[in-house]
Write a protein that binds this ligand. Structure first.
Ligand code: ZN
Ligand code: ZN
Length: 239
């Protein structure tokens, strides 16, 4: 935003913390007050080198979680900002279910700072949000993952691509399903519709929440099958 415009806008609508709605003191940026920021359980090493799951303190840099050691997920690696609880959970719910669109930019910036330190951004050339089915998109009016991906694309000068991957099946909500049921639920739910755009590209896939990894895993599988060179994943929260 133009800084003069932002200055004027701040006079009339002074920035408030997204979580507790306290006024932010000038200089406090990022959309959260320091107190709420502290309540976010940020994920930091040691984490699984593949899926980013938190590991026990003695785990080494290249250690894998048990699940990835048994079967590597289709994506190269996944990194997330923090645990899906308290401040992060509420903010994601504000965005998804209460339509607080402003949360998209704030959470997008939070995700960008995580990606900057945890993923080799210079190795990607295309950024894709996990698509919503058109029926869900109609209900919600926007794709929350696209709002996040927009911020990352701008921040890292990557091509934003929300057209090449399509959700062709309207799956029932994943809430309450176990890992096995979730995989069945999303199996073949996605398809690559612009193969030429995907072929040979190194993709950063963006989603809001990583639960069992079935959704991003299935997207990655379809993208690789469609000719993508690699797929990595960034999500805001991790259940
Ligand atoms: Zn706060
Ligand atoms: Zn893992």
């Amino acid at each position: 935003m133009n800084s003069l415009f932002k200055g004027i806008a701040d006079l009339f609508f002074p920035p408030r913390c997204l979580s507790c709605h306290e006024l932010l003191i000038s200089g406090e940026s990022g959309g959260f007050c320091p107190k709420c920021l502290q309540r976010i359980s940020f994920l930091s090493p040691p984490i699984c080198a593949s899926c980013g799951a938190p590991l026990s303190p003695e785990a080494g840099k290249d250690a894998l979680c048990l699940r990835c050691a048994a079967t590597r997920p289709p994506f190269e690696r996944c990194r997330s900002v923090g645990r899906y609880e308290t401040v992060l959970l509420e903010a994601i719910h504000d965005l998804k279910y209460r339509g607080v669109i402003a949360a998209g930019a704030i959470l997008g910036n939070l995700l960008a700072s995580c990606v900057r330190v945890s993923l080799p951004v210079e190795e990607y050339d295309r950024i894709l949000p996990v698509p919503l089915h058109r029926k869900r998109l109609r209900e919600r009016g926007f794709n929350q993952s696209l709002l996040l991906a927009e911020v990352l694309a701008r921040e890292f000068s990557l091509t934003l691509d929300f057209q090449s991957l399509r959700r062709r099946v309207h799956t029932s909500p994943q809430i309450g399903l176990g890992k096995g049921e979730r995989s069945v639920n999303v199996r073949n739910a996605f398809e690559v519709v612009r193969k030429a755009e995907i072929e040979g590209s190194r993709i950063l896939l963006v989603d809001d929440v990583y639960t069992t990894g079935s959704t991003v895993g299935e997207c990655a599988r379809v993208l690789l099958e469609g000719g993508a060179r690699s797929v990595s994943v960034a999500t805001l929260a991790r259940a």
